[in-house]
Design a protein around this ligand. Structure first.
Ligand SMILES: [Fe+2]
Length: 173
């Protein structure tokens, strides 16, 4: 039997029921990796026939997490940011996403990149509360995302004053 959306929801609920932890978020990512191995699921929610959208596949009534299918409107290069009090997990469905981890060095005001890597189809990873990251994706990138809550109204901190591409190039390449 294929691993379906209801399996993903159920496994996320089981993982997150005891509360947020690195172990719980690892389990969420494991579930994301499993569903991304289901070609029918990927085609249904990320296929070439679909328009640009952020589709809510599930909002959990008890635990408040959201599962989204993202089909971005063009290439995206975000500055380093944190999602306020929320965690976020990313699972790559189509093409790739460049991910970079950042930290604010002791005594400094702006973050510096510490690791950059490419997410490829079937991979998943999370950023816990307060963990800085930036994304760099082509227009053809499509991905699954699970967030702790609705992060849109949260006071997410975006370090728009950082020259993201230049900083990554200077520090990591
Ligand atoms: Fe993010």
């Amino acid at each position: 039997m294929a691993y379906e959306l209801e399996n993903l929801i159920s496994d996320c609920r089981t993982a997150l029921q005891p509360g947020r932890s690195k172990e719980a978020l690892e389990k969420v990512c494991d579930a994301m990796k499993r569903i991304l191995q289901n070609p029918e699921f990927v085609e249904q929610h990320f296929g070439a026939h679909l328009e640009v959208a952020r589709t809510t596949l599930h909002h959990d009534p008890d635990l408040d997490f959201y599962i989204y299918a993202h089909i971005p409107n063009g290439a995206i290069m975000s500055p380093p940011h944190v999602h306020a009090s929320a965690w976020a997990a990313y699972g790559q469905a189509i093409d790739n996403t460049g991910m970079t981890d950042w930290v604010i060095p002791e005594g400094e005001a702006l973050p510096k990149p510490v690791r950059t890597y490419s997410m490829t189809p079937g991979t998943a990873g999370f950023y816990d509360v307060g963990e800085l990251h930036s994304i760099d994706m082509p227009a053809t990138s499509r991905f699954l995302r699970i967030t702790a809550t609705d992060i849109d109204p949260l006071p997410c901190r975006y370090f728009g004053e950082v020259d993201t591409r230049k900083s990554i190039a200077e520090s990591l390449t």
